[in-house]
Design a protein around this ligand. Sequence first.
Ligand code: GAR
Length: 192
Amino acid sequence: MEKYLGKKNIAIFISGRGSNLKSLIKYSKKKKSLFKIILVISNNTKADGLKYATKSNIKNFGIKYRSKSYFENRSLKLLKQQNLDLLCLAGFMKILSYSFIRKFSKPILNIHPSLLPKYKGLNTHLKALRNNDKFAGASVHKVNQKLDSGKIILQKKVKILKKDNIKSLEKKVLKIEHEIYPKAIEKFLTSL
Ligand code: GAR
């Protein structure tokens, strides 16, 4: 992005609580932010994040996950109606097919609650605690056809203390997720 001409349009996919979505919406409303969120889609029609999107006047849709292809085809239709620069997964708990990634054709980012390449997939905090790791953390990476394996855009770590458990670790990591996701999006957008 050599010369910056207005904010970039992004869409967000969520599955539930939507605390990352909330923090991204909050950030995007700042004058200095380089992006605006114009569409939110959830595979869970009851996701709390959808209510927050509505409150924030952002177009949003809950699409029942009848099957991967059903969800992906409906989403693609909605995405293609917008002039998007980027799709961000924020607590989206489904794996997108390669066909979706190809058809969408714009970049996709994801936030993952571990220091990738460590602990792809689920139960990241449990795995870090079980392995007596000294650090946990979060990573924002590009989405490709392999789960949690695309290029890392930004990462931040937190110390694991003796007294930490899954809940306390989740809380600490979530806090840094909220911090790094907007930064990672801007870093990525300015590198385009
Ligand atoms: C976040 O910790 C996010 O990193 C994780 O789910 C949580 C969603 O929280 N995502 C994944 O594990 C994806 N593989 P949120 O709905 O409050 O943003």
